[in-house]
Design a protein around this ligand. Sequence first.
Ligand SMILES: Cc1cc2nc3c(=O)[nH]c(=O)nc-3n(C[C@H](O)[C@H](O)[C@H](O)COP(=O)(O)O)c2cc1C
Length: 363
Amino acid sequence: MSTENIKFAYWVPNVSGGLVVSNIEQRTSWDIDYNRKLAQIAEKAGFEYALSQIRFTAGYGAEFQHESVSFSHALLAATTKLKVIAAILPGPWNPVLAAKQLATIDLLTEGRIAVNIVSGWFRGEFTAIGEHWWLDHNERYRRSKEFIEALKGIWTQDNFTYRGDFYRFSNYTLKPKPLQQPHPEIFQGGSSRAARDNAASVSDWYFTNGNTVEGIQTQVDDIRAKAAANNHQVKIGVNAFVIARDTEEEAKAVLAEIIAKANPDAVNAFGHEVKNAGAASPEKEGNWAKSTFEDLVQYNDGFKTNLIGTPQQIAERIVALKAVGVDLVLAGFLHFQEEVAYFGEKVLPLVRELEAKKLAKAA
Ligand SMILES: Cc1cc2nc3c(=O)[nH]c(=O)nc-3n(C[C@H](O)[C@H](O)[C@H](O)COP(=O)(O)O)c2cc1C
């Protein structure tokens, strides 16, 4: 097991509707004032990262969306330690714009920006925004791989020259370079073969949807074996929707209410879209291939990770995730400000205690 403490990130609610497609009350707002305060609460609570989302249209009821890079910058300006991961889509962004924009933010924020390269799953969104080049599943990942190689090249080299199928650079020198060395961290999500192969060759971090410990272990083992063969190091982040309450009954009742009040039309429309996107991969599977209606109510399968219960139960499950190779838990909540604070107060200290005990035992 890693000797490093497991890290925590939270989902930035920069799109409306919260993290579950349900009519249950969610005391969460997508506005900037709410989010600035949330970022401050989170860094105080012990969260090291925040992940903001990129959406141009609503796939599942997220009717309003703030753009991810500019929103991330605003959160960095309101905090002092938190790292904010901005999400971008190859297509609307090209690598040189992203490299320049993120390098500037890095310099303005003492080196605290990171980036999530989203390969895209929503054809309707791409068509709506004028991105008519909807590539096949594996071509999208091939483009993302070139995008990441170009980003790294621009950030780390002078006279950068690159000849890919999607991007070409000739003798380009970015000045100034970003503050973080060797470059801002690069995250990337998915779970298809192509997504995992990119993680095992070019990304610093691999994000995956929520899953059982066994399901995650299979992915981790697969990626780590491939990464080792490529002489590449990659860390793993897993999504989880956290419902921490003083009793297990309370936590389970919240989950039951979220599902009972789910918005079936929006959940089914989202399920249709993401299953189609995954079915287009050669292995006919994507992130959401086995997701049930209940799973899809949290749009990144966050219930499956089962961080639902008392602080002690959740802490034990987090340490079990760490034992199979997870480096970071990406957490979503119903009422973000209150629950991020509760997590920091009640769950995180127990995780640190369990980690220390395990280390002492191993020594
Ligand atoms: C943690 C995480 C965050 C993601 N964030 C976004 C996002 O902000 N916007 C978006 O359109 N897709 C997002 N995605 C979708 C992925 O980038 C990818 O397109 C999707 O998971 C399909 O993967 P697959 O092709 O391997 O099935 C995210 C996925 C994960 C796991």
